[in-house]
Ligand binder design. Structure first.
Ligand SMILES: CC(C)(COP(=O)(O)OP(=O)(O)OC[C@H]1O[C@@H](n2cnc3c(N)ncnc32)[C@H](O)[C@@H]1OP(=O)(O)O)[C@@H](O)C(=O)NCCC(=O)NCCS
Length: 193
């Protein structure tokens, strides 16, 4: 199966993050632990695969990202990575440095996701590990890592909590065109008290 075909096969999930419950994998509902037999690897985003990244994000997220987002991603080096499961591109993480508050330097996870049929296989974990490795060993001058998550996205909330992220605040009407419009800000503090 080509990457294109694989993404097409997953397209029924567009705009519905709850649909994972109905997907079957080797005869098991996806919310039951799957056998982890595959290889997960991360790779760089390049001008050659940026269109596939855009397609992947369109399938995974209910929010769409503009040209500037992808232009910035191409320049973000190790802050953006594609995830491959047995050589098939199934996920991606895109981060940027946030300096909105001049007194704190934070890493913002803009997107981190994988195709619904490939969830609970450790792919998200590999992507978070990459981000944590980056802030622990490559650029150690961050105060925290944060991201926004739709308040009803329990999968992602539980996923991030496993890595020590906490709900910092809830922002009303953060999203413009999706329901519910409210977002939790999840944050992981990196500075020792
Ligand atoms: C959140 C997301 C990235 C998790 O990716 P994943 O590859 O399924 O995660 P992993 O397989 O590495 O899961 C690691 C652990 O997180 C927790 N977890 C992951 N998904 C979970 C779920 N649906 N319910 C409860 N816990 C969950 C579990 O503890 C899991 O370990 P286990 O499978 O051994 O029980 C994935 O669900 C996704 O792509 N969601 C859509 C995009 C999104 O909402 N991203 C977040 C906003 S940026």
């Amino acid at each position: 199966m080509t990457v294109k075909e694989m993404i097409q096969a997953d397209e029924h999930d567009v705009g519905s993050q709850d649909s994972t419950e109905n997907i079957e994998y080797n005869g098991c509902p996806s919310n039951i632990s799957k056998p982890r037999v595959g290889t997960v690897e991360l790779g760089d985003v390049t001008p050659h695969n940026i269109k596939l990244l855009r397609r992947l994000n369109q399938v995974i997220f209910p929010v769409s990202y503009n040209d500037k987002f992808y232009k910035d991603v191409l320049e973000s080096g190790p802050l953006a990575k594609l995830a491959f499961y047995n050589d098939i591109m199934v996920g991606a993480v895109c981060c940027r440095v946030d300096t909105t508050d001049p007194n704190v330097r934070r890493l913002y996870i803009m997107t981190l996701g994988c195709l619904s049929s490939y969830r609970r296989l450790g792919i998200g974990t590999e992507m978070v590990r990459h981000v944590l490795d980056y802030v622990t060993n490559k650029d150690t001058n961050f105060d925290s890592i944060f991201l926004h998550v739709q308040v009803n996205n329990q999968d992602a909330i539980e996923f991030y909590q496993k890595f020590g992220f906490e709900i910092l605040e809830t922002r009303k009407n953060y999203y413009k065109r999706i329901e519910p419009p409210d977002a939790h800000v999840l944050s992981k503090c990196l500075k020792k008290a």
